[in-house]
Design a protein around this ligand. Sequence first.
Ligand SMILES: NC(=O)c1ccc[n+]([C@@H]2O[C@H](COP(=O)([O-])OP(=O)(O)OC[C@H]3O[C@@H](n4cnc5c(N)ncnc54)[C@H](O)[C@@H]3O)[C@@H](O)[C@H]2O)c1
Length: 301
Amino acid sequence: MGLLDGRVVIVTGAGGGIGRAHALAFAAEGARVVVNDIGVGLDGSPAGGGSAAQTVVDEITAAGGEAVTSGANVADWAQAEGLIQTAVDVFGGLDVLVNNAGIVRDRMFANTSEEEFDAVTAVHLKGHFATMRHAGAYWRARSKAGDTPDARIINTSSGAGLQGSVGQANYSAAKAGIAALTLVASAEMSRYGVTVNAIAPSARTRMTETVFADMMSTQDSDFDAMAPENVSPLVVWLGSVESRDVTGRVFEVEGGIVRVAEGWARGAEADKGARWDPAELGPVVTDLLDRSRTPLPVFGA
Ligand SMILES: NC(=O)c1ccc[n+]([C@@H]2O[C@H](COP(=O)([O-])OP(=O)(O)OC[C@H]3O[C@@H](n4cnc5c(N)ncnc54)[C@H](O)[C@@H]3O)[C@@H](O)[C@H]2O)c1
């Protein structure tokens, strides 16, 4: 018996890196998997078509699992709708949507072009919204028809979105937006039987190979803490029926670490009971900051 027996899962950007690890891990637990990828380069430029997704499907079927490819571009509204429909047409429904596809175009603020900003926010932020929106409509329709789903969305944010990252304004903004989408979708979709959570992973892939190239676990030399496969067990569990009571959360995942990310929270407060004069606010703000937690540092600062 697998933890995901009978469940239908879409993983976007599953032709390589962390998404590939998710697809294989879901299949190993008995899920039928739609392996989505358009097969682009790290910056989103064309690179060899969708063959990477086919390779992952071949790996799953060779191990006795069930999977199908999808070459949908998640940043395209109609193709995102088509991706949800692929799961319904091929496997008869959808239980779990894992949004993972992504690209980077790193640049300091003052050098970033409009095109670089648009490309990154399109794949991450719109790409998450579009698939969630179409999957949400599908699950709402099922719920209204009396067939309440026990469905899951797992999104992919990033430490860059939670803390900020120098040279990644476009990516950080998109990943912060994904954390906010997760909160809103969680609040809206619980009535249709859908939970919505996000992860902020760290793993060695082509996206991070220069950063994490030499990093291995400090605890056990046989354990490669930066392997993308370490990220998938939590995502698989979040996709299972066991996680029904967990929603609206962001988890950081790296190696053997699973950590709850606590987001913006109300800190120290001053209330004058009347409108402030700008000239009197200096010491008030100083006092508030003295009584507040220091923010986590921006990556690379
Ligand atoms: N690797 C890390 O440490 C790390 C850290 C934080 C967040 N992330 C996030 O994890 C996710 C996976 O990243 P990765 O490190 O495995 O990178 P990766 O480049 O190996 O994988 C991303 C995949 O997404 C696919 N893709 C890109 N645009 C697409 C589109 N429009 N439609 C469909 N597929 C598309 C690519 O072809 C690629 O196979 C990304 O969202 C990334 O931002 C990764």
